[in-house]
Design a protein around this ligand. Structure first.
Ligand SMILES: [Zn+2]
Ligand SMILES: [Zn+2]
Length: 466
């Protein structure tokens, strides 16, 4: 094949991929976790608009709630086949061991075997530069934790089919499944702008295989939309968002360990979790009226239900549409102010809670802006509802009481509150009619109907279930 011939073929594949990839927005939003499948085939305007807004936030286009040009063009872009929103069924998990074997099951005809092995190895090894994980390639007939293969169309009976050129490029499964699949209807390359870069896509898919979901940071390798070949970034470091994510699962890279053989690394004893609500501070905590408590910190939610022995972890965007910076949150079951309220900067979000599915649905008209109507403290530390319908918001060392009605939130009175309650609380919640305040590894409670403080107590096994 002459060089010219190869260029013509690769361009033909590239452009036919773009042109043939027409997206059905409803199907797209359902496939990637933004919209639940509806039995009637109908979606309420609120659900539909909410799903579009959530995608827009993820794709970094203005949140109009409409299928505008910017939104549709993001939907048509080549991307990873893994859902952006994991939902309740898929909490964050990681491998229980640090020493992970992999093998290549078959090859793409687009590159020489040596070229593709090199690209895949480099794609995998990005992760080893920032965290304590080790990879070993094993022979074709040996068992391996991770299996990498190329396929097209309905490549595996149990798996989502690929869609021809363009659209979905690859997908991988969360731990401890170990499968990484690349769509062989793409033209896989390394070292040039034509086709799809095998190293970069391996880097991304390996993130899933290690336990990472998609990121809405456009600079992250875990952003769902393919970012193209990086000509000047061959030896790039792992982007900050991805580094933070992988280190939360496997720890910060210990450079003293790198010279040792990975074979003798001990099995890790730490469990996969993003933060420990028993010992660490958090940004917000709330308890739903079916007794499930959620602690929130830096974009991660620890869900503690009476049925579970240990917290289960989610990213904020698996459950809500809020930014990672949350000041406080409270759950109210007062008839006129029922729901979950999340305060983040100048935004107040309100969600209806669907007990049956344990999901949160954004209420019409929210988020509302604090500066115009609400005027609650701008940096609240903690908030909880009391049985009379007042919301108690705590900032620094003062309480401010609000009433949340159907129309607005209004300020009522400010009470200086000292005594045994520490200043600058981490968070507060109400459970079984009692208020609980959290600071560091302690919690406090009030004698019902009074401001008399009881505590501190350790927020230990009894409270957090861990
Ligand atoms: Zn992906
Ligand atoms: Zn597959």
């Amino acid at each position: 094949m002459t060089i010219m011939w190869r260029i013509i073929i690769s361009f033909a594949v590239f452009f036919s991929g773009i042109l043939s990839h027409i997206v059905d927005p409803e199907q797209y939003l359902q496939s990637y976790g933004y919209l639940a499948k509806s039995e009637t085939g109908q979606h309420s305007p609120i659900t539909w608009k909410g799903a579009i807004r959530k995608f827009q936030r993820f794709a970094n286009v203005p949140e109009t709630g409409r299928l505008d040009e910017a939104t549709l063009s993001k939907m048509e872009a080549p991307r990873c086949g893994v859902a952006d929103v994991r939902g309740y069924a898929l909490p964050i998990v990681s491998w229980s061991r640090r020493c992970i074997s992999w093998k290549l099951i078959n090859h793409t005809p687009d590159m020489s075997v040596e070229e593709q092995k090199m690209a895949i190895t480099r794609g995998i090894n990005y992760w080893t530069t920032v965290t304590n994980i080790f990879f070993t390639e094993v022979g074709a007939h040996e068992p391996a934790d991770l299996t990498i293969s190329f396929g097209r169309g309905n490549h595996e009976k149990t798996c989502n089919p690929f869609d021809g050129p363009g659209g979905v490029l690859a997908h991988a499964y969360y731990p401890e499944d170990g499968r990484l699949h690349f769509d062989d209807d793409e033209f896989w390359t390394e070292g040039g702008h034509d086709g799809t870069n095998l190293r970069i896509v391996t880097f991304h898919e390996m993130g899933h295989a290690l336990g990472l979901g998609h990121s809405n940071d456009p600079r992250a390798i875990m952003a769902p939309i393919y970012q193209g070949y990086w000509p000047h970034r061959d030896n790039d470091i792992v982007p900050a968002d991805d580094t933070h994510g992988i280190q939360s699962l496997y720890g910060v890279k210990d450079h003293t360990m790198t010279s040792r053989s990975p074979i003798i690394e001990p099995v890790p004893t730490i469990s996969p979790q993003q933060f420990n609500p028993c010992t660490e501070t958090f940004d917000a905590i709330f308890t739903t009226d079916d007794g499930v408590t959620y602690a929130m910190k830096d974009g991660v939610v620890a869900k503690m239900s009476p049925q579970e022995k240990r917290p289960v972890y989610y990213r904020y965007y698996d459950l809500f549409d809020v930014k990672p910076t949350v000041d406080t949150a409270f759950f109210s079951n007062i008839p006129l102010s029922r729901g979950l309220f999340i305060l983040s900067g100048t935004d107040m979000y309100r969600y209806y809670y669907d007990k049956r599915s344990q999901t949160f649905i954004l209420s019409p008209g929210y988020p509302k802006n604090n500066a115009d109507v609400l005027r609650y403290p701008t940096h609240p530390d903690a908030a909880f509802p009391d049985p009379s319908g007042w919301i108690n918001i705590y900032e620094g060392d003062r309480f401010v009481f609000y009433y949340v009605g159907e129309k607005e939130v209004r300020s009522e009175k400010t009470v200086n509150f000292h005594g045994n309650l520490p200043s600058n609380l981490d968070a507060a919640t109400a459970k079984d009619g009692l208020a609980f305040f959290f600071k560091g590894s302690d919690y406090y409670t009030l004698v019902p109907g009074t401001f008399k403080v009881k505590g501190p107590f350790r927020k230990d096994k009894k409270w957090m279930g861990c």
